[in-house]
Design a protein around this ligand. Structure first.
Ligand SMILES: [Zn+2]
Length: 175
C-alpha cells in the first residue's frame, strides 16, 4: 500500500464517522501562529498550547523562519482580512534548521540531477535560511515581523517549545 492509498483509505473512514461542520475563517482566539514544519509538532503543538480546531491561523515552514515575503504575506492576511489580532512565533528545540549543512544539501541537489548552473543562481545559505540558535531565530523573526512596514502595531510574541516535554518558554512578551 502506498502512502497515498493509505491516506485515501483513512480519509474514507474519517468521512464516514465525521458529521461535518461549517465554520467561519475567523480564528476564535484571534491568533496567528508561525511555527516549524517539524513532524514531531504534528498533533503536539496544538494540544501543548491548548488549541483546538478553529482557534488559530497556523503558518508552518522550515524553521519558522522569514525568507522573502511569503510569511509576512500570510500574517498580513491573517491580521487584515481574517480577524487575527496577535501573532505568536513558536520555535522548538532540536530544530533541523539549526546548523544546516549547506554543503551536504548542495551535494544532495547535485545527486538529484539539479545542475550546478541552476544552483549557482541562489545564495543557498540565505535561501535555505538556517540558523545557529533556535532561540535567537525566534527573537530575530519577531523583530522582522514587528519592523515590517506593512505589519501594524499588534502584540508579537516569541516562544520556544521543548520538543521532548512540550514545555513552553517565553522569549518575547509582545505586550
Ligand atoms: Zn524545526
Amino acid at each position: 500500500m502506498t502512502i497515498l492509498d493509505e491516506v485515501l483509505s483513512k480519509n474514507e473512514s474519517f468521512v464516514e464517522t465525521f458529521e461535518g461542520e461549517e465554520l467561519s475563517h475567523h480564528p476564535q482566539k484571534k491568533l496567528a501562529i508561525l511555527t516549524c514544519m517539524d513532524c514531531r509538532l504534528v498533533d503536539f503543538l496544538e494540544p501543548a498550547l491548548g488549541l483546538k480546531r478553529w482557534d488559530a491561523k497556523i503558518i508552518r515552514n522550515a524553521g519558522n523562519s522569514i525568507v522573502g515575503e511569503d510569511v509576512i504575506r500570510s500574517i498580513a492576511v491573517a491580521l487584515y482580512g481574517l480577524g487575527a489580532e496577535e501573532v505568536m512565533v513558536v520555535g522548538h528545540t532540536q530544530c533541523g534548521m539549526a546548523h544546516v549543512d549547506i554543503k551536504a544539501l548542495k551535494s544532495k541537489m547535485i545527486e538529484s540531477g539539479i545542475s550546478e548552473d541552476d544552483i549557482s543562481k541562489y545564495d543557498l545559505s540565505e535561501w535555505i535560511g538556517g540558523f545557529e540558535s533556535e532561540e535567537e531565530n525566534v527573537i530575530d523573526v519577531c523583530e522582522k515581523i514587528k519592523n515590517h512596514p506593512l505589519i501594524p502595531d499588534v502584540p508579537i510574541h516569541g516562544l520556544i517549545i521543548d520538543i521532548v516535554t512540550g514545555k513552553l518558554k517565553i522569549l518575547v512578551n509582545g505586550y
